[in-house]
Design a protein around this ligand. Sequence first.
Ligand SMILES: Cc1cc2nc3c(=O)[nH]c(=O)nc-3n(C[C@H](O)[C@H](O)[C@H](O)COP(=O)(O)OP(=O)(O)OC[C@H]3O[C@@H](n4cnc5c(N)ncnc54)[C@H](O)[C@@H]3O)c2cc1C
Length: 289
Amino acid sequence: MSTRRAEPYFFDHGAQYFTARTQAFQDFIQPLIDLGIIGRWNPRYVKFNSNQVVQRSNWIDQEPRYVGIPGMNQVANYLAVPIDIRLNTRIITLEHKKRWQLTDDKGQHYKDFDWVVSTAPSPQSAELLPPYFKYHADISAIEMGACFSLMLGFKQGLALDFEAAHIINSDLSWIALNSHKPGRENNHTLMVHSSEQYAEAHIDDDSEAVMHHLINETNFITGHDVSAANYKTIHGWRYANNVKLQSHPTFLDQEHRLAACGDWCFGGRVEGAFTSAYHLANALKEKVL
Ligand SMILES: Cc1cc2nc3c(=O)[nH]c(=O)nc-3n(C[C@H](O)[C@H](O)[C@H](O)COP(=O)(O)OP(=O)(O)OC[C@H]3O[C@@H](n4cnc5c(N)ncnc54)[C@H](O)[C@@H]3O)c2cc1C
């Protein structure tokens, strides 16, 4: 749930919106809705098959799609306030010496943890957690797919007849007028996602070439020349999608006091990340506390 700032523009370049289909998640987000940190996004929606519109609807008539306000990252910013978090810290080893000791990539140690719960994507959790973690083979087998995010900022708004679009049979999968979401009205921004298939094939390619291709594809789909944007950048996500949208039981190894959760345990997506953590937290409370 990331937000990229490039004044005067800002972009939700990861998750675009989220649903709340379970009672537990609805109860969890309600206080944030009341505070104005989360709100509904009601775009005009189209589905494209290549550059042909095959479906139109208004999300105001459908189940709520939620966003953070004024950016997706506002949700985590708010939730993080009472928690002791070390930012920009990449943990590379875990060692058990009576308790768990973590070491980061600069050699800094973090000591005396009873439990370690990894919420990194499945390939990174598999790299981090020791081979004797009870579920190591299970999490190693969970694949995640890549995605490119193309961010375009304009001085003037684009005259599109939709604000959100899914695209099939294309190297693109999603186009959104990011600035249409609540709290973002003053900067004209377009957010484009590649298809997973395209990103998997090109994740290590030259980023200028990828950007050029995705801009051309956006022109083809929308019928507008977006190459005139006065801000353009691209971000490659190596682990964006849970490829098979699998659901798994909780990965909790009581013997070694290790656990793992994340959207990849529960069908992908923001609500899946919550649900996975919710199940794990309840299991920890039941078995451990
Ligand atoms: C391009 C894109 C579009 C998406 N669109 C949507 C959408 O529209 N709707 C939706 O519901 N979901 C969407 N998602 C999915 C959604 O973003 C995820 O489901 C959700 O953010 C997962 O949360 P998480 O906490 O499980 O994992 P993440 O948000 O991936 O967080 C994992 C964290 O672990 C950190 N980490 C990894 N390794 C280490 C390490 N060794 N040491 C320390 N930290 C580490 C990472 O830096 C990261 O901050 C999208 C994702 C992407 C990438």
